[in-house]
Design a protein around this ligand. Sequence first.
Ligand code: GLU
Length: 300
Amino acid sequence: MRGRFAPSPTGEMHLGNARTALLAWLQARANNGHFILRLEDLDTTRVRVGAADTILRDLAWLGLDWDEAWDIGGQFAPYKQSERLELYEHYAAKLETYPCTCTRKEVQAAVSAPHEPETRYLGTCRNGVTHPERSAALRIRVPDQQILWHDHIVGDVLENVQQTTGDFVIRRNDGAWAYQLACVTDDLEMQMTDVLRGADLISSTSQQLILYKALNRTAPEFWHVPLMHDYNGLRLAKRNGAPSVKNLRESNSNPHAILQDLAKSLGWNVTQPCQATDLLEWFTNSLVLHPSPIAPELAR
Ligand code: GLU
């Protein structure tokens, strides 16, 4: 078994991110597997200096360890996506793609029906670019058919990506490889067997499965875990005022008390501060997660 946590170094982790990392770690350790950290730093416009180091410190502070990562290397190094660009090029070349010069505004304007998702791409450049003078993005041709896949937590997911998203971007017009392609390339190359991540990525998984199929490769198993909410039902987010793990760490919070809170937020009745390894049993006995809100002082 090989599992991973793949943060984007765009800022500091909040407890929701930490809970997802904890679950991925528990899954790997409970199965005698390998736990891999991969840095998703392709969007250079959003990368923040120092964020990658902070993430490693935060995880270590919570008592999580790793077998392969960008600080220690490993058999599938490098573990920073910005150092793996040739691989993405190699994988992209196997796909049926076409250049597209539409701007985001033009994509949105083309979607006129009110029930259509705003970001659905209607295929304007499928038969040739409309603005040859502009730099082009690369899109993959997505078949107009339902795909059905199974998630170990969420259950069955049915999505027609052509209807929800359309032909999606593989390489942006600034040359940056898109998350979907990089993620699939790396999960394949790094031989991941299980992908445990936040439920906000369920629709991304439908897109990624189109890539696995186009590449004629088997996808890993998927486990989409609930996002963390505060007592107002708001998704935990820095912009809603949730403290970062770094803040908690630097204000001398007790990591064992934080782990207890994280466990309780999963519906695990842990009665005292604990270590990450103490949660292995809880994880093994209930991957049916019953999330409840996180305490107000931790949520804002
Ligand atoms: N880098 C993505 C994020 O931080 C996660 C990607 C993944 O786990 O597949 O949201």
